[in-house]
Write a protein that binds this ligand. Structure first.
Ligand code: PMP
Length: 394
């Protein structure tokens, strides 16, 4: 039936609190991309058009490097973090063991399963969701580890890893260290001059760039042999064949610059909004609790369990709030979040958990709306299921 609504009209009144799934494009990225899309040129061509495209890509490379504190030559552009994670684990595995955190994104877990020819070790996490460093030490003691991969920040809980310690332990055991920093980059400062990680993945669409573009940082001093997953024309110094995605990379560069410039203001602003939302929801929904470390986490994420109210029913009961039950990447997949289960949560509680994630365009009004809509939806779902009085703290 013809409704006369455009997509943006139909979702315009829905508060968007799902930045960890994808963030809205920053206006700087939109403007830069439209400009790039309107110009012709293959960045590998030698003529003036090609050189102009290549120079736009160079500028973007410098901007992304600026956000990370690395050298532009240490970046390999990819089609996102999934590809960057796969490339990192493929390039760093040498037939030995791969060690990864139990709460990694499937783009690390499945890539590690595919590339660990000898064995894959999953390191458990603590109750607050951080990789258990004693267990990591034990895994490294067994020897023969090619690569350790521990995410910088978890996509479901926002929990930050103690990367300096992970790196210290892994390097002492002679392993290469990769981090999936998809959720960290653009949200909190990253300085690769200080953080001695060997490989780092990122994705533009998590910090206001376009979907389908990302990068892998490969530390130059690592002298890792070039080992591409995609073979072809030798683009990206042989690391990743395929015609350069000029507009996507330009959009990522513009988003990186904007995120970098605004970080000192944006992070505390987003954190204050997150804290206001979190406090209010915990106060108004009896028996609810927040998951993961309260202090070591991203500023814009809160994972809240509403016992007695299945997340899918709550989300359906509040169509004006876009949030997520677990990770959007798993939507369609059956079963509770492996992240929450790894943190010791029961299946039932994991299935009653909602992730709210905020970002650069979240407003006070968005949070005020959610503060009204979410408790109302949870209480209606509990009442409908006859769970109104269940699990309310004594
Ligand atoms: N790692 C993490 C932690 C993520 O949150 C995501 C996106 N949900 C990915 C990897 C995959 O990123 P991309 O969409 O760029 O492939």
């Amino acid at each position: 039936m013809e409704t006369g609504l455009t997509v943006s009209d139909s979702v315009g009144s829905v508060v968007y609190l799902d930045y960890n799934a994808t963030a809205p494009l920053r206006s700087e990225a939109t403007v830069a991309m439209v400009d790039a899309l309107n110009t012709v040129g293959n960045a590998s061509s030698q003529h003036a058009y090609g050189r102009a495209a290549a120079s736009h890509v160079d500028i973007a490379r410098r901007r992304v490097a600026g956000l990370l504190g690395c050298s532009p030559g240490e970046l390999v552009f990819t089609a996102g973090a999934t590809e960057a994670n796969n490339l990192a684990l493929y390039a760093a595995s040498r037939g030995g063991r791969i060690v990864v955190g139990a709460t990694e994104h499937p783009a690390v877990l499945e890539a590690a399963r595919a590339h660990a020819s000898e064995a894959l070790t999953l390191v458990p996490v603590t109750l607050v969701g951080a990789v258990d460093l004693a267990a990591l030490s034990d895994a490294l003691c067994e020897g023969g580890v090619d690569v350790v991969s521990v995410m910088a920040a978890n996509n479901e809980t926002g929990v930050l890893s103690d990367l300096p310690r992970v790196i210290e332990l892994a390097h002492a055991a002679g392993a290469v260290v990769h981090t999936d920093a998809t959720q960290l980059v653009g949200k909190l400062p990253v300085d690769l001059a200080e953080l001695d990680v060997d490989l780092l993945s990122l994705s533009a669409h998590k910090f206001g760039g376009p979907q389908g573009v990302g990068a892998l940082f490969v530390r130059r001093s690592l002298r890792l042999a070039t080992r591409p997953l995609l073979h072809g024309g030798g683009h990206e110094k042989g690391w990743r064949a395929g015609t350069t995605n000029v507009a996507g990379i330009v959009g990522m560069g513009a988003a990186a610059l904007a995120a970098d410039t605004g970080l000192n203001v944006e992070a505390p602003r987003v954190q204050a909004l997150r804290d206001k939302l979190e406090r209010s929801l915990l106060d108004s929904v009896p028996g609810s609790w927040r998951n993961g470390s309260p202090e070591h986490r991203l500023p814009g994420v809160t994972s809240i369990t509403f016992p007695g109210a299945p997340a899918d029913a709550v989300l359906a009961a509040m169509p004006t709030v876009a949030a997520s039950d677990g990770s959007a990447c798993h939507s369609g997949a059956l079963g509770p979040s492996h992240v929450l289960l790894a943190m010791g949560m029961s299946r039932l509680d994991a299935e009653s958990t909602i992730r709210f994630s905020l970002g650069h365009a979240t407003t006070d009004a968005d949070i005020d709306h959610a503060i009204q809509a979410v408790p109302d939806a949870v209480l209606r779902v509990r009442a409908a299921l006859g769970n109104a009085s269940k699990r309310v703290p004594a």
